[in-house]
Design a protein around this ligand. Structure first.
Ligand code: FES
Length: 425
């Protein structure tokens, strides 16, 4: 399977390992003013037309290989990430071994979906379009400059950071940047991992270490949009895509179509650690169903499980098979946790799950991709964030109950800011 394939780790290597994570509802938020964020110094090389601009908008996501030649590097980084796939002290040794072993099979899957992942194309498009809207609806923070930082594929976090420097942010020139997660629902193994990486490179490139032991003046001022699982614009975009697919069924059958929301699964060890992702995915599903007036029966199921350990279920593939077996052959799969097409939709759902169902009533709702309703939602979320001057959600300051990671602690203290670092527990 698509996302599942990279995780097809030999059984003996997976025993006792864990991985992905999640998010929960947004509660109160920290604000720059509350936290005493230093006054932003506009970068000198920028054309600052807004009183608080320019603003760098950085989309964070896992990324994917744009060509089949990039698959091995992508898998190597993915399996080296202990936040995503904890393999213990031998991670840096075992990770590349697994990556090499998986490469040819995954290359074939990317070849089958057109030769590479479309996630870079969509991310760059969505971010650029969002920035154009932001320039109009938030002129005081304009110009908004689009950047993409992927965790496992180009453009990597360090590349994005160097580009920020080249464009006149940081390195003594100050400036504001917003790390905008493109995982609507927070997980410690997705958004958390991207923030850990951003924090690492920030420290390396313009932290104390890069400045002889003291915090440098004129470093980039970061804030984070860390979750947005039930934003009304996101919900509307999902709902419209579902309605469009429902219309392809005869009217008399339309209300009987079962909606199957599908999100990437998590090992139960991660769920039991307290990762908020399952609750936040459920929040998205509930909000979408509310918007659809609960006209159709629905279930949330989980895809891409792999390995011998227990994962959150029920699995999407099993769910489809079971309902079809019971005679429910009108099903719409709804990818609910990604913002664009990727191998999990184009290969795992389309070429495996739907193909194996072998029934014309089993379909998939369109992914968000270039949907203008969705891009407007991104702009609205970003505008609200910029206007509130928030640094991160209050929810981000609370670590998972079972978290013992010093890296999580340090990263959250950094993004919560000096005045609120003590709130991170
Ligand atoms: Fe969730 Fe560290 S694992 S905060």
């Amino acid at each position: 399977m698509a996302f599942r394939s990279p995780f097809a780790i030999p059984r003996q290597l997976l025993v006792g390992t864990t991985s992905l994570g999640g998010r929960s509802a947004i509660s109160s938020r920290l604000s720059c003013n509350q936290r005493g964020l230093a006054t932003v110094v506009p970068p000198v090389t920028q054309d600052a037309t807004g009183s608080k601009g320019p603003t760098a908008m950085v989309f964070m996501n896992m990324g994917g290989p744009s060509t089949t030649n990039e698959v091995e590097d992508f898998l190597s980084r993915l399996f080296a990430d202990g936040d995503l796939i904890p393999l213990g002290r031998l991670q840096s040794y075992i990770g590349p071994l697994i990556a090499r072993r998986r490469t040819s099979k995954i290359q074939k899957q990317y070849a089958d979906i057109g030769g590479g992942s479309p996630i870079r194309k969509w991310s760059e498009y969505q971010c650029a379009e969002m920035c154009k809207l932001l320039d109009k609806i938030s002129p005081e923070t304009a110009p908004h400059k689009p950047y993409v930082a992927f965790r496992y594929a180009a453009p990597l976090t360090e590349t994005m950071y160097e580009q920020l420097f080249a464009d006149g942010f940081g390195n003594g020139k100050g400036g504001r940047a917003v790390a905008f997660t493109q995982y609507p629902q927070y997980s410690c193994s997705t958004t958390g991992s991207s923030l850990n990486e951003l924090w690492k490179w920030r420290n390396r490139l313009e932290g104390k270490r890069a400045n002889g032991g003291s915090e440098p003046a004129g470093a980039i001022q970061w804030s984070v949009i860390d979750r947005w699982p039930s934003h009304s614009g996101l919900v509307e975009a999902f709902a419209q895509n579902i309605e469009a697919q429902l219309k392809t069924y005869p009217e008399e059958k339309r209300d009987q179509v079962v909606l199957l929301f599908s999100a990437h699964s998590l090992p139960m060890s991660v769920v039991n650690r307290g990762d908020p992702y399952p609750a936040e995915v459920a929040a998205t599903v509930h909000a979408v169903m509310q918007r659809l007036k609960f006209k159709n029966p629905y279930r949330l199921c989980w895809q891409s499980q792999v390995g011998p350990s227990a994962w959150l279920g029920a699995q999407t593939s099993d769910t489809v098979q079971e309902y079809v077996k019971r005679g429910q052959t009108d099903l719409i799969l709804v990818p609910i946790a990604f913002t664009s097409d990727h191998i999990e939709t184009l290969y795992e759902l389309d070429q495996e799950v739907i193909h194996e169902a072998n029934n014309p009533g089993v379909k998939r709702a369109e992914s968000l991709n270039g949907n203008p309703v969705f891009i407007q939602a991104l702009a609205d979320i970003a505008r609200d964030h910029l206007q509130k001057g928030e640094l991160c959600s209050r929810q981000m300051t609370l670590r998972c109950q079972g978290c013992t990671s010093e890296r999580c602690l340090g990263q959250k203290k950094f993004f919560a800011g000096q005045e609120h670092a003590s709130m991170v527990i």
